[in-house]
Design a protein around this ligand. Structure first.
Ligand code: SF4
Ligand code: SF4
Length: 384
């Protein structure tokens, strides 16, 4: 397997209209080398990023027109069935899924394309002996029942993993609150990245499509700002795709734990210059002034020898960006407390409160707050 076998294919898409998105998505998928023969007669699982209940224009979730176009193309190419499924942040229940599908535009995407929305909230254990850190994952049933998985991610920044692209999107194959449990099990970014690479190798998406018509910059994956980028991309290899995305948004591969882990394993070259590009390759260029997440560069605990970590961990706790509740904006809904793997958030008098001594800096609370009442604040030390 060589890098040139898996080109990263780009297609310009100025705006979210069906007339623009379907042809652009078709161009990108065809240029990636993915063919109708790979799809014909197969049951395909389409995995968008449905992190939370947000409207498409907020750029937190994969745009429904991109999901609809992908489903249409797969059905045109002879897929026996296309199922749209994701396990969003928070509990994995049918009522919550319905409400997220509706707000994120997935109900309409399924209706327009002929795809089916998943309603099964069960999961199954999947083992892969060759994995390095996690050999056994709980995986949502529709992924297990599909013949192939097509991931449709959103290009976003991420306060913990710097980039949310193809590999990170697969975290939604883990059911509900088992995701925060994995954060607690792997609080250090290096291990968390290794775990996500194990997960990607276990789920093995046949194709990853990126919605970068409008991405997210700043404190993603939910608290950042929409940023128009104007393209779609597709690749059969999510590790190579993420390296290309990393260059486009101007962050270093070392700052993205999934890319660093895939490079350590020889799944991805060190340099994005080695990647093979196809289609409208002008969109592979770095985007000037793209705003990275605040927390991206502060992770020296991962790079400290294990024996020394206790000694530096108190300093690290002080210097690492922390979640801070803006009390005036907090509506006391409890989503942050529900998603906190360290159980260190309580609701007192209708407002969230964080006990920082147990915080593992995973930023799940920041991701899940529906009213963006949680900031990620850096210590002023780094401004000196
Ligand atoms: S308070 Fe927020 S950042 Fe800290 S452990 Fe809980 S969810 Fe993670
Ligand atoms: S901080 Fe956000 S998620 Fe937490 S209780 Fe307040 S409004 Fe809800």
């Amino acid at each position: 397997m060589t890098v040139s076998e898996y080109p990263i294919a780009f297609a310009g898409a100025e705006a979210y209209t069906p007339e623009i998105i379907f042809p652009a998505l078709t161009r990108a998928v065809e240029a990636s080398g993915f063919t109708r023969e790979m799809v014909a007669g197969r049951r395909v699982l389409l995995k968008p990023n449905l992190l939370m209940k947000r409207r498409p224009e907020e750029a937190t979730t994969t745009h429904p027109l991109v999901v609809e176009a992908a489903a249409r193309l797969l059905l045109d190419w002879g897929a026996s069935e296309v199922i749209i499924a994701d396990s969003p942040g928070g509990p994995y229940t049918r009522p919550l899924l319905h409400s997220i599908y509706e707000t994120c535009g997935m109900t309409a995407a399924a209706r327009q394309s002929g795809a089916r929305l998943n309603e099964d909230t069960g999961f199954t254990t999947l083992r892969r002996e060759e994995n390095r850190l996690v050999r056994e994952f709980s995986i949502i049933n529709p992924v297990m029942e599909a013949d192939l998985v097509v991931s449709v991610c959103k290009l976003k920044t991420h306060s913990m993993t710097t980039l949310s692209g193809g590999v990170k999107n697969l975290f939604g194959c883990i059911p509900g609150l088992q995701k925060p449990e994995l954060h607690l099990r792997f609080p250090e970014k290096t291990d968390f990245g290794e775990m996500l690479v194990d997960l990607a190798l276990t789920v093995k998406p046949a194709l990853t499509i990126v919605d970068a018509v409008v991405g997210m910059e700043g404190d993603g994956p939910s608290g950042g700002s929409p940023r128009k980028l104007g393209f779609l991309a597709a690749c059969q290899n999510p590790f190579l795709l993420d390296l290309a995305l990393c260059r486009i948004i101007g962050v270093t591969p070392e700052s993205v734990p999934t890319i660093a882990a895939s490079q350590r394993r020889g799944l991805c070259p060190e340099d994005a210059d080695a990647l093979s590009l196809a289609g409208e390759v002008q969109f592979a260029r770095p985007v000037p002034g793209f705003v990275p997440p605040h927390a991206k560069s502060v992770d020296f605990l991962s790079h400290t020898p294990r024996l020394l970590r206790p000694a530096v961990s108190r300093l690290w706790d002080h210097l690492t960006p922390r979640p801070v509740i803006r009390r005036k904006d907090c509506v006391g809904c409890g989503r942050c407390a529900e998603s906190c793997p360290a159980h260190t958030i309580t609701i007192v008098s209708g407002k969230a409160q964080i006990r920082y001594d147990r915080c593992i800096h995973c930023y799940c609370c920041h991701e899940m707050c529906p009213v963006r009442a949680i900031d990620i604040r850096r210590t002023r030390f780094f401004d000196l």
